[in-house]
Design a protein. Structure first.
Length: 297
């Protein structure tokens, strides 16, 4: 079965690779024609943590050529590019089932205005780094969690994506699932971006760990999840260990001079804190620091 993948970044390439292994035919829609042409000619090169390589052939098109031909489509663009997908509001795409895989929560407002009957959201716990136009390094193995936002297509997505080395699980509560991911991103991403360190050094460096803990405490307070402090902190530390060599998406954005997703991650926490009249000084500080890096970039 053909499955659309809008976004040719690290996660888009990683998912497309495993779709191919699962017997599907991914059609990758890229931002540039150059990447589409390169993928059509060279396929995807996948490297695991032991640097062992495998290559698969895929079909790729420029995103302007998207016509909704695939019944299932994965949206793997960054939060900052969601507004560019205005064409998904076309009534002609109403029958397509979409799975959105973004950091933060800002894309929820976009989903609320889409006409599709089946919309799902997911969180990605894998560490991946794009290398060139068609290579992806799998730096940390994890899983994908999927939950239905509108309709009920999460079980179908599990059937499409799940594999022995690429686990996918269903979550009944999409909001709680995204909250947990937001806690992780708010605690990890800004610190790695400011200090320019991979995830593993967050738990090796006592000062970085201290900052991460402060951000964690502020975030669970704002999201009213202090009752789950113990299990969430444990999950956060395990993720840092499992993706120790991974450079967060925010760090990679800073390094490449691209705009970060700080507005949809820490910015989301700040907005919610203001509404609840809560003080979150550490989050405010790292927000300004990353915005300064965005301005410089």
């Amino acid at each position: 079965m053909k499955v659309g993948v809008i976004g040719g970044g690290a996660i888009g390439l990683l998912i497309s690779y495993f779709l191919k292994l699962n017997g599907h035919e991914p059609v990758i829609y890229t931002r540039t024609s150059a990447q589409a042409e390169f993928l059509n000619q060279n396929g995807i090169t996948y490297r695991n943590q032991s640097s062992k390589e495998n290559k698969v052939n895929v079909q790729a098109l420029h995103v302007n050529e998207y016509s909704g031909e695939e019944s299932y489509c994965i949206i793997s663009v960054k939060q900052t590019s969601i507004s560019e997908l205005f064409f998904l509001k076309d009534e002609n795409f109403q029958e397509v089932s979409y799975l959105f895989l973004q950091n933060g929560m800002s894309h929820i407002k976009f989903l609320e205005n889409l006409p599709q009957m089946n919309l799902s959201v997911g969180v990605v716990e894998h560490g991946a780094l794009k290398d060139g136009l068609s290579s992806v390094n799998h730096l940390g193995e994890g899983r994908i969690k999927v939950s239905s936002f509108k309709g009920d297509s999460s079980s179908e997505w599990i059937e499409i994506l799940h594999g022995l080395n690429f686990p996918v699980t269903a979550e009944s509560n999409w909001e709680e699932m995204l909250y947990k991911k937001l806690i992780i991103n708010s605690s990890i991403n800004p610190v790695t971006a400011i200090l320019r360190i991979p995830n593993g050094q967050l738990i090796e460096n006592e000062y970085a760990l201290s900052i991460m803990k402060e951000l964690f405490e502020e975030t669970i307070l704002v999201l009213d999840m202090t009752d789950k402090r113990g299990e969430l902190w444990k999950e956060l530390l395990v993720l840092c260990r499992n993706t120790s060599f991974n450079r967060s998406s925010m760090l990679k954005s800073v390094e490449s001079g691209q705009q970060t997703e700080i507005d949809s991650i820490t910015g989301e926490i700040i907005e919610r804190a203001k509404k609840s009249n809560l003080q979150i000084p550490c989050s405010m500080h790292v927000f300004k620091a990353v915005k300064a890096l965005d301005w410089r970039g």
